[in-house]
Design a protein around this ligand. Structure first.
Ligand SMILES: CC(C)(COP(=O)(O)OP(=O)(O)OC[C@H]1O[C@@H](n2cnc3c(N)ncnc32)[C@H](O)[C@@H]1OP(=O)(O)O)[C@@H](O)C(=O)NCCC(=O)NCCS
Length: 213
């Protein structure tokens, strides 16, 4: 469509530009509950220097892919490839504010799918905030389906959970504090999600999901 648009792996030198694009409240609503974006990003930046270590010892590949136009980085995403399961988690999906709505996000997603297919990765999943309607629309339009709803305990609650008298009471509080939807790419097989209550996460069936959308 446009030969000046380029898709490629991010190098260490791209990280500072990516950080500015990816550090936004739409993605990190959780920041207000203590999510430390700077620390998380710093870890990714360091890991990018040791891909071999990450792959062999952690059984993961951490990959940042970017889209650029005329040499300017305009967006990117993080792929966390879990080698034992052949699943990829997308995260930090973002396009520079001034360039949104120009199909760059769509191009970034599809170029990433092509790239992953070559690596024989069969599933893609991600979570997004239930309030981020634009992003949900964007994912559904690009072939994703909603597979569940996930409740995440903000760290502050997680650390003080002895305070809560009953588990139900606890879940109620979590639900209203922070929730996100779980999405999978329907081109690949549907994702089975285990209910990992140990991690204070709760998933609802798809029928209930639709109500929330
Ligand atoms: C979501 C995002 C990556 C989409 O990238 P994009 O390049 O704007 O998307 P495209 O142009 O390919 O697709 C446009 C579609 O996405 C939707 N969209 C999402 N956010 C949008 C925005 N801020 N501006 C315009 N369109 C947006 C539109 O509804 C549009 O659908 P339509 O054509 O049916 O109207 C981008 O808008 C973004 O960076 N948003 C902020 C970060 C974010 O919320 N990331 C997702 C976290 S999981």
């Amino acid at each position: 469509m446009n030969d000046k648009i380029n898709f490629r792996k991010a190098f260490f030198g791209d990280f500072n530009k990516l950080k500015i694009i990816m550090n936004n409240e739409e993605i990190f609503e959780r920041k207000k509950y203590g999510y430390n974006f700077d620390r998380a990003f710093l870890i990714y930046k360091i890991l990018s220097l040791f891909p071999f270590f990450t792959k062999i010892l952690l059984r993961k590949e951490v990959l940042f892919l970017i889209i650029e136009k005329d040499g300017e980085v305009l967006g990117g995403l993080r792929c966390l490839i879990l080698w034992n399961k052949k699943i990829t988690n997308f995260g930090y999906v973002a396009i520079k504010k001034e360039n949104r709505g120009q199909e760059l996000g769509t191009m970034l997603l599809h170029s990433t799918f092509d790239y992953l297919k070559k690596k024989d990765i069969k599933r893609v999943r991600l979570t997004t905030n239930i309030k981020n309607e634009k992003a949900i629309h964007f994912y559904l339009k690009n072939g994703f389906i909603v597979v569940g709803r996930q409740y995440i305990a903000p760290p502050t609650i997680k650390n003080n959970n002895k305070k809560f008298k009953s588990f139900n009471n606890f879940i109620q509080k979590v639900i209203f504090r922070d929730s996100s939807i779980y999405i999978s790419d329907n081109e690949f097989s549907k994702l089975r999600i285990n209910n990992r209550l140990g991690n204070i996460q709760k998933f609802e069936p798809l029928s209930i999901m639709k109500k929330h959308l």
